[in-house]
Design a binder for this molecule. Sequence first.
Ligand code: MN
Ligand code: MN
Length: 331
Amino acid sequence: MSSSGRTDIAPDRPLPEAPGDLLDRARAAFLGVAVGDALGATTEFMTPKEIRVKLGVHDQVTGGGWLRLKPGQVTDDTEMSLCIARAVSDTGGWNLRAVADAFAGWLRGKPTDVGATCRHGIRNYMLKGRLEAPPNDGDAGNGAVMRMAPVALLTLGDGEALDRLAVEQAHLTHNHPLSDAACRCVGRMVHRGVSGSAKDDLYEEARGLATLHPAFRFDPYHGEASAYVVHTLQTVFHHFFVSSNFEECLVRIVNQGGDADTTGAIAGMIAGAFYGTSAIPGKWLRKLDEAVRSETEAHAVRLARMSPLLANVWPRRNAEMPEDYEGRKGR
Ligand code: MN
Ligand code: MN
């Protein structure tokens, strides 16, 4: 990475066979983040038993929860993902400093919710201009994984770029080997899903993570759904692989409670990429905040079109990075 935080993404891949289908699944991946976030925020920090007693089966976008959200309102998971997407869109490519600036602007706007590690990392950037949080053994939270959708979509067709950008964006706030590995794995699952791979191929990715870091083993599943990235991904993997459609996967996830908006967002990302937009229940999409819905869809399409996988299919627009971009520190 150069000192300006720029990383170039190489194009030139063979043309995919059904780019329209790929774009549809790309849209569903980003929409899935927002839908899972909005659905899961209601049951965040509850236990499965508390959910059963209070709500029966939680399967509608109703808002509420400890943040007292409006129905369809999203939280930091979607908002930070949109920050990354806007930074890419504004600068026409990957620019880590622009992402950090977007996070800083978001934090200054007093978001509804922000994780402690995210806040700490963003402050670190605002005060010292550092694009990498110091390694933190004690904190392997899920805050970097939850915002992987835009990075995965931008790097479709280039696994090496994915690995690099996943860790760059992660280290703005989370610098931990388990978080890094989780970010790369979820990104690869999104790549596979969008590309139309079989579920077995996504399973191989999840199993690969558990081979590399046995803490991530998810079979048998022990029911812990905390913000610890290991628990988060165990929950996402278990419910994604035992379910057979988007709705079932997400309903299972958010009724597991714990960090339900974030397990919902990550599961929505993977399941969206795998099943496509037609699998996302209309009753959930209609409740989703309209501005969030249209912005996630627009960014998903734009990011995917900029990716090495699809850049050759449509004329590349806004894909050049301004040479004079200096970041917007102190904005
Ligand atoms: Mn959240
Ligand atoms: Mn959360």
